[in-house]
Write a protein of this length. Structure first.
Length: 67
């Protein structure tokens, strides 16, 4: 799950595993696999970084449990 910001400054959390694609319009339009979309303030690069960080956290926690 990652936190994003709508254009009205409302923060919300989405399941980043359900992102189908991200378009720039010039804001970022996050399109989900179910067809819903969210226009957000974060850039495409920021969203990608948050998704990478989310998955890195999962990996790190899994590694700690396997030690």
């Amino acid at each position: 799950m990652i936190c994003l910001t709508r254009l009205n400054d409302e923060e919300f959390v989405i399941n980043c595993n359900q992102i189908e694609r991200i378009e720039t319009i010039p804001e970022s339009n996050v399109i989900m696999v179910n067809g819903k979309h969210y226009v957000v303030k974060e850039s495409v690069d920021e969203i990608i970084d948050r998704v990478i960080d989310f998955h890195a956290q999962i990996y790190a926690r899994a590694q700690k449990k396997n030690v």
